[in-house]
Design a protein around this ligand. Sequence first.
Ligand code: ATP
Length: 219
Amino acid sequence: MIDVRDLVVSYGTATALDRVTLTVRRGEMVALLGPNGAGKSTLANTLAGLVQPASGTVEIGGRLALIPEGRQLFPDLSVADNLALGGWRSGERDPSYVYDLLPRLAGLAGRRAGVLSGGEQQMVAFGRAMMSRPSVLVVDELSLGLAPNVTADLAGHLAELNREQGLTVLLIEQNARLAFELCGRAYVLESSRVVAEGECAELAGDPRVAGAYLGGAIT
Ligand SMILES: Nc1ncnc2c1ncn2[C@@H]1O[C@H](COP(=O)(O)OP(=O)(O)OP(=O)(O)O)[C@@H](O)[C@H]1O
């Protein structure tokens, strides 16, 4: 569903992605881990067509939606209007599909997005992405700045969509425990390059990955 080969992305003379190769098969949930500045958001934005690669190929096998880092809502617009913008490209105007998926959003529809809590805003960003009825969802930092119970709630919705609707997911996360719980495979990106990849269970047992991302061995 996502097939990235030898991707190079530069900002001026700075290389943000250096020959990155990554695949996500249909129906998979795959994690992308890495420290600040590794190039994770650059990859997300390249998949979404917001950043142009210098070289390499990106193939997307369906309709892709992005939950961007920091949510990027329109704070002065209502929740309903933020959702409507998510359906703009696909022509979807009716948010009832999204209200069925994420019932809490229906109760927030008339509220201004900028006054919502971080968790509510992430829910709106999630709903806005789902308005286009994507077959593949790229989530750039689901848990950023959110309390564990709020993250768990959003993660539950994501897992349900994957299980019940076969939604393919690339989950970019700093929280490796969450990523390993949700996903089957993972990639580790450091200094613009993929430095490790494999089954989450194997990666969690890799002393280098566990040391850097799990605070020691996973239990
Ligand atoms: N628009 C831009 N112009 C110039 N440099 C950029 C731009 N966006 C990102 N960079 C640089 O590219 C590198 C990768 O940034 P990116 O945001 O992709 O990393 P990241 O892994 O998502 O980091 P974080 O976890 O902090 O969000 C960094 O050195 C960053 O400063």
